[in-house]
Write a protein that binds this ligand. Structure first.
Ligand code: ADP
Ligand code: MG
Length: 287
């Protein structure tokens, strides 16, 4: 049996479903939808036709190794980059046709913390609040609320330069939530964090999801996707190679073994954070 065949069959099923009616208005229950996204940078084909759907108040885990196309997908969905082909919608709004409306509905935390090191945690939050035109009072009120929620109250008046990596990442996510977005994009929220901060971040993401925030999360870690995501999409070389719940991916393929091999270079071992970054990922029969 070729596990690769099964992976590609799963990807085709996903394309076929959305290709049946490409002009359809996205369902009200679908918060994020992409149809046939492609993007090249010069000779590099970063995305080769990505389809996805994220039902409201659920988490999609985009799982893949470095260079797979995760950030490019997120940048297109968040209006930061135009696709070469394909369409994407947030709450039914076309990201290319109406980026302003899309931006009022989303929160984005990039792969690298976007906090201002010279400001305090509280100042960072209030600054973003004013950018979102919340006004001084509301920015202050929301800042206090988020500092509490993200366990940063004690550090509120310290400059961010002295924050740990985990604290910066928490502040960064808090900043992306200032305007109460209905859809949150988290690009590799735990990459580079120590094990304790990583577990804390998982708890935090779970609580956000419980509150009903639709979340698109990218990760290189299978355990993270399994723990946090309702649906997992495995992406590599700009294409979807498998999708479904962790259980579905296992049962579709009739086994419980995950084959993880390096992409380009061999990276099959566990890294120092205790998780396996993925290369090519296929579910296969246990031997
Ligand atoms: N601005 C860019 N210019 C040139 N190449 C890019 C750019 N952004 C991404 N790429 C390339 O596109 C591919 C996908 O990148 P990316 O979406 O960042 O992957 P991931 O987030 O999964 O690591 C990679 O080969 C990367 O080098
Ligand atoms: Mg990335």
């Amino acid at each position: 049996m070729s596990t690769g065949e099964h992976c590609w069959r799963s990807a085709r099923t996903c394309s076929e479903q959305s290709a049946t009616d490409p002009d359809s208005v996205p369902s009200v229950n679908i918060a994020v939808e992409a149809i046939g996204l492609t993007k090249s940078f010069g000779e590099t084909r970063a995305l080769r036709g990505v389809d996805l759907q994220v039902p409201r108040a659920t988490v999609l885990g985009l799982l893949g190794p470095n260079g797979a196309g995760k950030t490019t997908t997120v940048r297109i969905l968040t209006t930061l980059l135009r696709p070469d082909q394909g369409q994407a919608f947030i709450d039914g709004i076309d990201v290319v046709a109406d980026p302003r409306s899309v931006r009022t509905r989303i929160g984005v935390t990039g792969q690298y913390a976007a906090v201002d090191e010279r400001l305090t945690g509280s100042e960072n939050l209030q600054h973003v609040g004013r950018l979102f035109r919340l006004g001084n009072d509301e920015s202050k009120r929301r800042s206090v609320e988020l500092l509490e929620q993200f366990d940063l109250t004690d550090a509120a008046d310290r400059v961010v330069k002295g924050y740990s990596g985990g604290m910066r990442r928490r502040l960064d996510i808090a900043m992306s939530l200032i305007s109460r977005p209905s859809v949150l994009f988290l690009d590799e929220p735990t990459t580079g964090l120590d094990p304790r901060s990583r577990l804390g971040m998982w708890d935090l993401i779970e609580s956000l999801v419980r509150e009903g925030t639709t979340t698109v999360l990218t990760t290189q870690y299978l355990d993270e996707a399994e723990r946090l995501a309702d649906q997992i999409m495995v992406i590599d070389h700009g294409g979807v190679i498998a999708s479904g719940t962790a259980a579905e991916l296992k049962s579709q393929l009739g086994g419980a073994r995950l084959t993880v091999t390096g992409s380009g270079r061999r990276r099959t071992g566990r890294d120092r954070r205790g998780s396996s970054p993925v290369g090519h990922v296929c579910w296969g029969r246990a031997p």
